[in-house]
Design a protein around this ligand. Structure first.
Ligand code: FES
Length: 349
C-alpha cells in the first residue's frame, strides 16, 4: 500500500508484487538454464585457443574481402574470437543472474554518509597513538633513509626513459610523420569503396570521407602507417559562403574543399559536420574548425588550422590532388607551429 509522508513530494510506491520466475517453479527449467550458462562458459576457452592460434598461424599479409571492405585476416580473426569470447561471458553472466541467482527484492534504508562524531574522534586518537608507538617520530634517520631509498628509484626510471630517444630530427620527420601518400595527380577515392570521386558526385552541403587511391596498393604495417596520416574530408559548399585567401584560389574546385581528417590537437579522426555553420567538430575534445575559412580553429584546444589539400580535376573529370599537403598533418608538436618552410608543391624548401 503506497505510503504518503507529508514531507515527501511524491508517495512512496513501495515494492512491486513479487512474481516467481519460470526457473523458480520448474526444476527442469532451472537445470536447463544452468546447462546453457555452463555451455557458454565452456566455449570461452575455445575462443581463447582460437585467438592464440589465429595470432600465430594466420600470415600477416593475408586479407579478406567483405563486399567493398578489404581487411587484414589476422585482425578479423582476432576481433571475432576475442569479441565472441567476451560476448559469451556477458551472456552467460546475464543468464545466470536473471534465471538462477536469488530473486528477492531487498530494501535498504539510507543512512547518514558521515561517521558519528565520537567514532571520528576515536579513529584520530588511535592514529595518533599508533604513530607514537611506532617510534617513527623519534627515529628520524629511519624516515630519511627510507625516503631516500624510494626516491633514488627515480634514477633507473629516468634511465629507461632515454630509450624513448633519440629526438626525431627534421630529416627523420620529413621521411616519416610529416609525409603522406598525397602528391600531384593522386585521385581522391571514397574511404570505404575506393571509388574515385567526380565533382558532380557531391551535393552542396555534403561531406565525404576519402583517402588517396594509392593507399590500396599497400598492405600490412605500411598500409596502417599510411592510412593513419592520409585520410581526408571532402566537402562541397556554396562558393559564395567560402572565404578563400588569395594564395589558395586554385586549391578548390567549384566549392569543393579538401582537408586533413586528423585533428591538429592530438590526432583524433574528425567528421562531425555541421552543414549550416560549415563547422567540423572533433569528438575527442571538441575542437571546432571552420571549413569555409581555411579550416581555422574557432573553438577548443587545437592550436592550428586543419591542413588543406589543394585539388584540381584531371583529364578524365576526377578530383585529384594538386600536390601533397603544404603543411604536416596531425597533432602539433615542438616547433611545428613555427614551420613555414613548406612550399605549395608539397616539397620542403
Ligand atoms: S583530438 Fe581533437 S580536440 Fe583533441
Amino acid at each position: 500500500m503506497p505510503v504518503h509522508e507529508p514531507s515527501a513530494p511524491v508517495p512512496d510506491p513501495g515494492v512491486e508484487e513479487h512474481l516467481p520466475r519460470w526457473t523458480d517453479v520448474d526444476q527442469a527449467a532451472a537445470d536447463r538454464a544452468e546447462r546453457q550458462v555452463v555451455t557458454m562458459f565452456l566455449l570461452v576457452p575455445v575462443m581463447a585457443v582460437l585467438f592464440v592460434l589465429a595470432y600465430y598461424l594466420i600470415p600477416r599479409d593475408a586479407y579478406v574481402d567483405f563486399g567493398p571492405l578489404h581487411a587484414s585476416a589476422t585482425h578479423v580473426a582476432l576481433g571475432l574470437t576475442l569479441g565472441i569470447g567476451v560476448l559469451l561471458i556477458g551472456l552467460a553472466t546475464q543468464q545466470w543472474a536473471r534465471q538462477l541467482m536469488a530473486n528477492n527484492e531487498i530494501v535498504e534504508e539510507r543512512h547518514p554518509g558521515h561517521s558519528p562524531a565520537d567514532a571520528a574522534e576515536d579513529a584520530m586518537t588511535q592514529l595518533t597513538v599508533g604513530i607514537e608507538e611506532s617510534g617513527v617520530p623519534r627515529r628520524k634517520m629511519l624516515i630519511y633513509t627510507a625516503l631516500g631509498a624510494v626516491g633514488i628509484l627515480a634514477a633507473p626510471a629516468l634511465v629507461l626513459l632515454t630509450d624513448l630517444g633519440p629526438v626525431a630530427g627534421p630529416n627523420y620527420r620529413r621521411r616519416t610523420f610529416e609525409t603522406t601518400l598525397w602528391k600531384e595527380g593522386i585521385r581522391l577515392v571514397n574511404d570505404i569503396t575506393y571509388t574515385p570521386i567526380r565533382p558532380e558526385d557531391l551535393e552542396i552541403g555534403q561531406l565525404v570521407n576519402g583517402v588517396p587511391e594509392n593507399l590500396k596498393d599497400l598492405t600490412g604495417a605500411e598500409f596502417n602507417d599510411a592510412k593513419a596520416k592520409a585520410p581526408i574530408v571532402i566537402v562541397r559548399m556554396n562558393p559564395a559562403d567560402i572565404k578563400i585567401p588569395a594564395d589558395r584560389k586554385d586549391w578548390q574546385v567549384a566549392g569543393i574543399l579538401v582537408y586533413s581528417k586528423i585533428c591538429t590537437h592530438v590526432g583524433c579522426p574528425i567528421s562531425l559536420w555541421e552543414q549550416q555553420t560549415h563547422h567540423l567538430l572533433c569528438p575527442c575534445h571538441q575542437s571546432t574548425f571552420d571549413l569555409a575559412d581555411s579550416g581555422k580553429v574557432v573553438f577548443g584546444p587545437a592550436a592550428r588550422a586543419l591542413p588543406q589539400l589543394p585539388i584540381k580535376i584531371n583529364d578524365e573529370g576526377f578530383l585529384v590532388a594538386r600536390s601533397g599537403f603544404p603543411v604536416p598533418v596531425g597533432p602539433s608538436y615542438f616547433e611545428r607551429d613555427s614551420r613555414n618552410d613548406l612550399g605549395q608543391s608539397g616539397e620542403y624548401r
